[in-house]
Design a binder for this molecule. Structure first.
Ligand SMILES: Nc1ncnc2c1ncn2[C@@H]1O[C@H](COP(=O)(O)OP(=O)(O)OP(=O)(O)O)[C@@H](O)[C@H]1O
Length: 456
């Protein structure tokens, strides 16, 4: 397809979705032309592929229809991973060492020196836990100094605050190569200030931080109790803010919970937008693992990723670490990936009883065992072939997860007494009905990652 028509397609799409969606999903697409009557679009990874297919395929076909296509078809193809997109768990590179003797301005613009190349918007999986923070970061990246200033992102350790900040940095560096971007942890800021005071270089220190276009400050909660640093930061903040320069701050808690933070700083932190990042839910964790595996060109079965995602539930850095542990374990022992291998690799770090099993996962496993679509099991059918798997699923969910009877009832569109009845029924049959007993036991072991498949 010609680039002109492709531009028209994009124009149509852009009119029908938000700018944030457009930049996240459509700007990175590559038009690979028409093959076998289908417009083929290149995407970065299979997560994007699935997401585009699910959310935007219809819109793209509408766009083609609006341009006169009779039977429009669109397909997505994953492009080979970029060389620099290695997703091994790593901490951001440390900030530049203090350079006391260096003249403060003009400073050569090397925007990315403090940015981790992995921490881009493309490599950031969006889920219900972080979509507001992601949208705010993207809005700021598009209109620095205008959308929300400052942007204050808070959340527990390892949930992607630094990643999002760097993503804004990359985005701006790409579009405006002459903008000065500075990423600094509060600790580095404090140490540099101490050095500057000691060496009588505070003017240089000030010039450096007050002449940037985008200032990213990590872990701002560490300002607590540091009066001199707070004072200095207050003036830096004002200088930048008055010049409409963008400031992004991260913290493990919202401004109001940072003790011994001067009131005038706290109120400034609340001037813009405060947004949080929560722990990712199961599907987002699986998507993050999948993306990591793809970027590292590791071919690992979905069910192994699912097992890892069930074990590590709160911290994404640990989630990535767990994946690498499984990869290292299987390669050192020269065994293929399997749930059993993964469970072993992680058993020193996470006790097996900590395995978390989600309702949807149990339903999927039961559905596959009984060879039936999950929706049918959750549906209203009352024939025995459907009722038994439904009761088994409810029994196993109660057994393997922390969900209450009303929650399980809601998941199945029924009330808690129906779930109770199902559990009683299965309990009654266990031991009597050998086939059912074997099925329940096998499913339970499988979901706890205790099955011995491919253990050799
Ligand atoms: N939504 C996401 N998609 C993909 N990777 C993510 C996502 N969120 C976090 N990560 C990855 O998890 C790791 C930890 O993220 P990051 O360092 O940004 O966390 P943080 O919130 O800044 O933690 P800390 O408070 O410890 O500084 C990084 O490798 C990052 O790339």
């Amino acid at each position: 397809m010609s680039q002109e028509i492709w531009a028209d397609v994009l124009g149509y799409v852009r009119k029908n979705i938000s700018e944030v969606e457009y930049h996240t999903w459509f700007a990175p697409l590559k038009n690979l032309g028409v093959q076998d009557g289908s417009l083929v679009l290149g995407v970065r990874n299979s997560f994007a592929q699935e997401w585009l297919r699910k959310q935007y395929q219809g819109l793209l076909e509408d766009a083609l229809r609006s341009l006169g296509a009779q039977h429009p078809q669109v397909s997505f193809q994953v492009l080979p991973a970029a060389q620099d997109a290695l997703l091994l768990p790593s901490d951001p590179p440390p900030g530049p060492p203090p350079t006391p003797g260096r003249p403060a301005a003009p400073v050569p613009v090397d925007n990315r020196k403090t940015l981790n190349p992995k921490y881009t918007f493309e490599n950031f999986v969006v889920g219900p836990n972080n979509n507001l923070a992601h949208a705010a970061a993207l809005a700021v990246a598009e209109s620095p100094g205008k959308a929300y200033n400052p942007l204050f992102v808070y959340g527990d350790v390892g949930l992607g605050k630094t990643h999002l900040m760097h993503a804004v940095g990359h985005y701006i560096a790409e579009r405006f190569p002459d903008k000065r971007i500075e990423y600094v942890s509060t600790e580095t800021f404090t140490n540099e200030l101490i050095n500057a005071i000691r060496e009588d270089k505070t003017t240089q220190f000030r010039n450096r931080y007050r002449s940037v276009d985008l200032l990213l400050v990590d872990d701002i909660q560490f300002l607590a109790g540091k009066e001199r640093t707070q004072e200095e930061f207050f003036h830096t903040f004002n200088a930048l803010y008055e010049n409409h320069k963008q400031i992004i701050l991260s913290s493990d808690r919202p401004p109001k919970d940072i003790q011994t933070l001067e009131g005038r700083l706290r109120s400034r932190f609340e001037w813009g937008l405060i947004t949080d990042i929560q722990s990712p839910e199961y599907e987002t964790r699986v998507a993050i693992l999948k993306m990591n595996a793809e970027h590292n060109r590791i071919d690992i079965p979905q069910e192994v990723l699912e097992l890892i995602a069930r074990q590590v539930t709160t911290n994404i850095r640990e989630l990535e670490g767990a994946l690498m542990r499984v990869v290292a374990f299987s390669s050192l022992n020269n065994v293929p990936f399997s749930r059993a291998v993964a469970a072993k690799a992680l058993s020193n770090v996470f006790a097996p009883q900590e395995v978390k099993v989600e309702m949807m996962d149990v339903l999927r496993q039961v559905a596959s065992h009984f060879n039936m679509p999950p929706d049918v099991i959750r549906g209203s059918g009352r024939v025995r072939e459907v009722v038994i798997p439904r009761q088994v699923a409810q029994y196993l969910i109660r057994d393997l997860t922390d969900h209450s009877l009303p929650e399980i009832g809601q998941f199945f569109g029924r009330d808690h007494s129906t779930v109770m009845h199902a559990i009683n029924k299965v309990t009654e049959q266990l031991g009597k009905d050998t086939e059912l007993t074997a099925a329940v036991e096998m499913l339970r072991r499988k979901m706890k990652g205790l099955d011995d498949d491919a253990e050799a």
